[in-house]
Design a protein around this ligand. Structure first.
Ligand code: SF4
Ligand code: SF4
Length: 295
């Protein structure tokens, strides 16, 4: 069951040509521009010398670009990749944390060059209520929020701490702030017609049995799709010894939640500098030279 009714045709076209919002979009390419290195929270499964595992493959480090370098990369790739439909900002930290000005500048530069390309952004959601309306004005039509719980007590177990409005919060307080900002940020976006995806990282013994409740909340709010992901433990993180949930368990969870709302079955846990179709990730240098990616 999908929420496709009521979505304007131009936004629906962008959604059908976005490889992450429907399985049929696999011939279309996306480019992640790694312009946002800093983060405002510490997830217990994250080591910050690597890309944000909320949207990325763990253990991979992307080279940060300035907004001007990001524009140059976009132009070079677009000239060589006509099926490129989506620009995404997916870290390698949080796109709305300390480097938000660079996220914004990157989108402005690209929009002045290309008025049609779809803008997609992923975030942990902490600052979303503050920036949601500005994102709409910047032309962002697709947003992913990683929301691993809707119960503050469960959410609080997932963050070592969060930095918010000049203070550091931990435990239940951190969880309460995260959940309320994730939900209110999503509600603002949804009220403006933004297509919202929620990523849920499956954490054995922590949020596993709570995931259908997260998905139900997303469905009730009007989100478009949820993406139940596997945690790939990163050495050195607080959750490094958390047992991995098997592929079979993830598939079972996705199938169970598919009865509630549309599920993503094809997430590749891409790098923050991924370029190409989901099946064929490319490396790209600043001259726009494309080559198959090794990592
Ligand atoms: Fe790491 Fe991403 Fe969590 Fe920030 S939001 S701590 S980058 S996993
Ligand atoms: Fe799409 Fe998943 Fe890759 Fe994000 S990590 S770009 S949702 S396939």
């Amino acid at each position: 069951e999908t929420k496709d009714e009521g979505i304007p045709s131009d936004i629906m076209k962008k959604t059908m040509e976005h490889p992450c919002y429907n399985c049929a979009g696999h011939q279309f390419a996306r480019i992640h521009l790694p312009v946002a290195p800093s983060c405002n929270v510490q997830c217990n499964y994250c080591v910050r010398k690597y890309d944000c595992p909320n949207e990325s493959r763990p253990g991979v480090t992307s080279t940060i670009l300035t907004p001007e370098e990001a524009l140059a990369r976009y132009i070079a790739v677009k000239e060589r990749m006509p099926n490129l439909t989506v620009v995404g900002i997916a870290g390698p930290g949080d796109s709305l944390a300390g480097n938000y000005a660079d996220t914004k500048k990157t989108l402005e530069l690209i929009r002045s060059y290309d008025k049609d390309v779809t803008f997609c952004l992923s975030t942990n959601g902490l600052m979303l209520p503050f920036y949601a309306e500005e994102l709409v004005q910047l032309g962002v039509t697709h947003v992913t929020v990683t929301m691993n719980a809707v119960d503050p007590k469960i959410s609080g177990k997932i963050y070592k701490y969060i930095n918010y409005m000049g203070n550091r919060f931990e435990g239940d307080a951190a969880g309460a702030i995260m959940v309320s900002n994730q939900l209110s940020g999503l509600k603002i976006l949804l009220a403006h017609g933004v297509i919202c995806k929620v990523n849920i990282v499956t954490l054995k013994g922590i949020n596993e049995s709570h995931i259908p409740a997260v998905v139900q909340t997303c469905k009730d709010m009007g989100c478009y799709i949820t993406n139940i992901m596997q945690l790939i433990p990163v050495p050195g993180s607080a959750f490094e010894s958390l047992p991995m949930v098997s592929n079979k368990d993830i598939l079972n969870l996705r199938n169970e939640c598919n009865k509630i709302m549309k599920q993503m079955f094809h997430c590749k846990q891409c790098r923050a500098d991924a370029v190409g179709t989901l099946d064929n990730d490319m490396s790209v240098d600043l001259a726009g030279f494309l080559a198959p990616k090794e990592a």
